[in-house]
Design a protein around this ligand. Structure first.
Ligand code: HEC
Length: 132
């Protein structure tokens, strides 16, 4: 009887014993295949090519205040969508707003936004916006 118990014990222990290789293959099978990453978080890993190109543009920081009305990716909101516009169009509009020109019905909302922009700011913003 005692030998039987010892044998059963030994067998069950060996059933749970794993080699490093087995452990690695199990870990590989159950590892998550994706991560949920919230915007603004440092999620590790290299960002996609487009993100990397945009991250280095000086216009990104300047656009921070614009995003509230035009959307983080230029999709629009209170202000019109900017996505798909070319650089000349954006530069032209911002220059007009800076000069307090009436463009659309709500231009007054943009006059304050553009008032303090330098030519360089406008160029940087246009470059960033056309990258959406
Ligand atoms: C308070 C909300 C608000 C903010 C902040 C804002 N905008 Fe606007 N923007 C508008 C509105 C509203 C219009 C439409 C104005 C009109 O009727 O002429 C507009 C128009 C524009 C246009 C012309 C779009 C078109 O289709 O002709 C551009 C370009 C633009 N904004 C860029 C910017 C940039 C760059 C910033 C940040 C420096 C900014 N906006 C900040 C509300 C905003």
């Amino acid at each position: 009887m005692r030998y039987l118990l010892v044998t059963i014990l030994a067998l069950s222990v060996s059933a749970f014993a794993q080699t490093d290789e087995q452990r690695a293959s199990i870990a590989d099978r159950i590892k998550s295949f994706s991560t949920v990453c919230v915007a603004g978080e440092d999620c590790g890993g290299a960002p996609a090519g487009a993100d990397m190109a945009q991250a280095s543009l000086p216009g990104e920081a300047k656009y921070a205040g614009c995003a509230a009305c035009h959307g983080a990716n230029g999709g629009g909101g209170i202000g019109p969508a900017l996505v798909g516009r070319d650089t000349d169009y954006i530069v032209g509009r911002l220059t007009a707003y800076r000069a307090n020109e009436q463009v659309g019905a709500q231009s007054a909302l943009m006059w304050g936004q553009a008032a303090a922009l330098s030519d360089e700011d406008i160029q940087d913003l246009a470059e960033y916006v056309t990258g959406f």
